[in-house]
Design a binder for this molecule. Sequence first.
Ligand SMILES: [Zn+2]
Length: 188
Amino acid sequence: MVNDRFIHTKRKHKNKAGKTPEQLDAEKGKFPFTEIHGFKLKEVEWSVPDQKTRKSRRRAFNNVREAFLKHIGETMAPALREMGLTDKEIALVKKGKAPIGYNVHHKLPIHGGGKNEFSNLILMPIGPHDDLHHKVMDPQVAQMQSGETKKVVIPWTDDMVYIDPERKKAAPQKTAFIANALAARNGR
Ligand SMILES: [Zn+2]
């Protein structure tokens, strides 16, 4: 009965809906990590506004996005450079436009009741951005309807400009290297 054993093994890994244990955990807000792309997982109340509110907030976001980009372009150029943007791309941000491959993310999405406030926004590359949605939030909220509320784990940071966690780790070394180079030049 080789076939039966094969079927039995298959069933251990996937349930009837064809979901893996990892997918089922993700739907319950359980993850094998506490941080993703430098964002810390944090539990919040996810409350789906009615469709009209969501629509008008998304429409209003077009202007807020532009104002937000201008703001970070004017006040956070070093962070934008640290993120890997060129001078040309930073000039674009100052004009209120996102460079190709980047977008402005709502840390608490509009679907979860998030607002168009600067503190709820971050400019980040599309790759890690999509991971925040697909790997963390989507599995938990996909079935939620207007007016529903539940506790949801979201990736959170206070930053308004994304810094690759690998670059963050490398930064102290870079600073030390520059300090040493200066000391050497000064003959110390
Ligand atoms: Zn997003």
